[in-house]
Design a protein around this ligand. Structure first.
Ligand code: F6P
Length: 372
């Protein structure tokens, strides 16, 4: 047992936003490192719901006791044993007013009261931009918080990479590899949609190693005529098939992102970027087109060794940070080490693909078209 000089007796861990492979590895490392310091560890179920809406859980218990036994075998598991949500943001919680209209209410004080009620000394918040911005609100309200960056989209600022991205990139690459053979057999253009709402990291870093011919990113509004021209020249050279990778957040110049659902208190649901592209292309090229949306497959499965190691490092580092008395920071990867970044500096910022990055230049050298 290590010496406990931090004054911490009990911590809570929560996972918020879309799940990502590696969440359970973070939970494991943080739990073991905290238990080894003599701290009690609880997990909050379903984002903050377990502490915010305990009445929704059997016996009013929205917390999970995290022990060595509970976390023993979870490193290779996808998803999160705690559950998560990207709906019902407590900062803008949708409720009906007296006239029956939906209004958004800030209910974060109720969560703060929950932390006090449960005698939680510190929170480990694992999430993306939205969850970490909310974690920063709790810091302002007197809760001690350390954040850990998570998203398969890899669009969080200040960290070289987020966990979950490597697994998504590897799966997308393998999936696109498989599409080459069927596309070639039928002389088709296969359009593959991947997640990437604000940033095109998955599209770019899976599209290049899987030999895509066109990659469309949210960072570069595309011109459909340039895409069609590129494909027509490609087939004129005798090529039999083509692969187009499109990030869900990519959009045509002068157009908008493709949204399938908008609702109060909820993040916009994106989707349909591949279908829209196929419709715009069908009269401009000869070859048949098919679309595939890899969607949530990219969020599933067992984390790669890279993501497991990164997640375990993040989880252990967060406990060391709390022990050192840190508060209001996020653990960031800064190879070969991790560093602490103030939560307030990352809120609302997106890490986009830099258009002058070597990876982009490499893609252009390989003849890949970005639609501009
Ligand atoms: O985790 C981020 C993300 O994967 C985005 O790329 C995507 O737009 C979003 O989650 C989808 O979330 P869900 O369908 O689970 O609400």
């Amino acid at each position: 047992m290590m010496k406990n000089s931090s004054g911490i007796k009990k911590i809570a861990i929560n996972t918020g936003g879309g799940d990502a492979p590696g969440l359970n590895a973070v939970i494991k490392a943080a739990t073991v490192a905290a238990l080894n310091r003599g701290w009690e560890v609880v997990g909050i179920r379903d984002g903050y719901n377990g502490i915010f809406l305990p009445e929704n859980y059997p016996n009013g218990d929205g917390l999970m006791n995290l022990t060595y036994e509970v976390v023993e075998d979870i490193t290779p598991l996808g998803g999160t044993i705690l559950g998560t949500t990207n709906r019902g943001n407590p900062m803008r919680y949708p409720m009906k007013d007296t006239k029956g209209n939906i209004v958004e209410i800030d209910r974060t004080d109720e969560i703060v009261a929950g932390f006090r009620r449960e005698k939680i000394d510190a929170l480990l918040a694992i999430g993306g931009d939205g969850s970490l911005s909310m974690a920063n609100v709790f810091v302002q309200k007197g809760i001690r918080v350390v954040g850990i960056p998570k998203t398969i989209d890899n669009d969080l600022d200040e960290t070289v990479i987020t966990f979950g991205f490597d697994t998504a990139r590897a799966f997308a690459t393998e999936s696109i590899d498989r599409l080459h053979t069927t596309a070639r057999s039928h002389r088709r253009v296969m359009i593959v949609e991947v997640m990437g709402r604000n940033a095109g990291w998955i599209a770019l870093e899976a599209g290049i190693p899987s030999s895509a011919d066109v990659i469309l990113l949210p960072e570069i509004p595309y011109d459909i005529n340039i895409v069609a021209d590129h494909l027509n020249k490609h087939f004129a050279k005798g090529r039999k098939h083509a692969i187009v990778v499109v990030a869900e957040g990519a959009f045509p110049a002068g157009g908008d992102i493709s949204v399938i659902e908008r609702e109060a208190g909820k993040m916009e649901r994106l989707g349909g970027a591949a279908e829209r592209l196929a419709n715009s292309l069908k009269n401009l090229i000869e070859n048949e087109i098919r679309t595939v949306n890899l969607g949530h497959l990219l969020r599933g499965g067992s984390p790669t060794a890279f993501d497991r190691l990164l997640s375990l490092r993040f989880g252990a580092a967060a406990i060391r940070a709390l022990e050192e008395g840190e508060n209001g920071i996020m653990i960031a990867l800064d190879p070969p080490n991790v560093r602490y970044v103030p939560l307030e500096t990352i809120s609302g910022k997106t890490k986009n693909v830099p258009l002058d990055a070597d990876t982009m230049i490499t893609a252009r050298d390989l003849g890949i078209c970005f639609g501009n």
